[in-house]
Design a protein. Structure first.
Lengths: 124, 124
DNA sequence: CCTTGACTTGGAGTGCACTCGAAGGGTGAA
DNA sequence: TTCACCCTTCGAGTGCACTCCAAGTCAAGG
């Protein structure tokens, strides 16, 4: 099978068909997704690879508009790799520090859990 | 100074005065914040400590409604520590796995950055 | 006294990212 | 062919978490 229906693509990517259409409409794809003779979307392997990347960017907190900007650069073709790199690096750095901060908060919450466990243990 | 104005509390907690009022209105505080004779809010040290905790919960992704539920339990007083613990532990576990997933995505993005840095014309 | 600026309230508005509904056409098995 | 279920578009609706506004109160400085 070289191309997938929207339902199959949704299944494989973990997104809903609604979201897949929304992403395309919103300029997050590299171009219009292929259509069957009857007008139904057919997702190629490249489409899925791209969706996987933007899913990574999204699920690490990159806003839709930045993903759209990045997609625009890729769509424009060779010559803007520096700009793409800047977006990716900026995002990586933000994710990294957010990760560190979350880890700090997690430790504090864990500490609080320890306190409660001591109390509950005492009561029980 | 044993109590702070809303502006001072905002400054110390990193939230805005708007958000502080919103949290109180929405049942996230342990009770009504004290008022001065003229009706202005006065934040105590305990208030700040509590705000710090709920800020940790929020910034690790706990929804407002869960924070509200937790606040309700604390407000209800002793006897429900098990329930509080369950909320905290459930949250910790979710944060932990989300942290791990984000770290995975980060590595994949980093890998892509390596590709861009290594050569021109990377496939999107 | 007058002005400045921080505070109060209830309620409305914003931005983001979906998420869904309506109305209708396409598809594959029996 | 009939049936169930897929797909299409456009546009509206949802949920979350703020964020802001209008209109008014209050304290301190000049």
């Amino acid at each position: 099978m070289t191309s997938l229906t929207i339902a199959e693509a949704a299944e494989k990517t973990g997104l809903t068909a609604h979201t897949l259409r929304y992403y395309e409409r919103d300029g997050l794809m590299l171009g219009a997704v292929d259509r069957s003779a009857s007008g139904h979307r057919r997702y190629s392997a490249q489409d899925l690879t791209w969706i996987q990347l933007i899913t990574r960017l999204r699920s690490t907190g990159m806003p839709i508009r930045d993903v759209r900007r990045y997609a625009g650069l890729v769509r424009a073709g060779a010559g803007n790799e520096g700009e793409r790199l800047a977006i990716l690096k900026g995002h990586r750095d933000r994710v990294q520090s957010q990760l560190a901060e979350t880890a700090r908060h997690l430790r504090a919450i864990d500490h609080k859990i320890g306190i409660y466990e001591g109390q509950v243990g005492a009561v029980a």
